[in-house]
Design a protein around this ligand. Structure first.
Ligand code: FEO
Length: 168
């Protein structure tokens, strides 16, 4: 059994995960539109990953018998100036998600809610990987600048396959 306050926070987090999925679907759409097909694949895998994050939160709430609310999902941005900007926005978003999980952990500690604290730890670790992988792509894009190297990076991103690590 978790508190009402924690239930509310989990519903907000559930919505943020669905928004993340939607945001990455928008990025995938933009990439496909302008011809960065490898990046479109990468963001589509990211979309699937975020959906599984949402369902992980959803299942936890079900297990805890908490009231699930499916809040409105905000419309995401779907236009970008460059591939670099697209990935930079992705990093900014992931940093916000990391902050969000840190706040959830703080709340769990405050409430002595050990179950939720333990649950959030999976996401805390996941966020480290998410920020690192996007950061790596940004660094490469900055290295190649506006040259043809962008297409080499885009080709590499075509190799990403969805790995479901959530266990949902
Ligand atoms: Fe589910 Fe990328 O945060």
């Amino acid at each position: 059994m978790i508190s009402e306050k924690m239930t509310k926070a989990l519903n907000v987090q559930l919505n943020k995960e669905f928004y993340s999925a939607y945001l990455y679907l928008g990025m995938s759409t933009w990439c496909a539109d302008v011809g960065y097909n490898g990046s479109a694949n990468w963001f589509m895998a990211q979309y699937e990953e975020e959906r599984s994050h949402a369902i992980k939160v959803y299942n936890y709430m079900l297990d805890q018998g908490s009231k699930i609310e499916l809040l409105t999902i905000e419309q995401p941005e779907i236009a970008y100036d460059s591939l670099l900007q697209c990935f930079e926005e992705s990093l900014t978003h992931e940093q916000m998600m990391t902050h969000s999980f840190n706040e959830l952990c703080d709340q769990a500690i405050k409430e002595k809610d050990h179950a939720s604290y333990g649950f959030f730890q999976w996401f805390v670790q996941e966020q480290i990987e998410e920020e690192a992988s996007v950061g790596e792509i940004i660094a490469k894009l900055k290295l190649v600048g506006d040259g043809n190297g962008i297409f080499m990076i885009d080709n590499q991103l075509a190799d990403r396959k969805l790995e479901d690590t959530t266990g949902v």
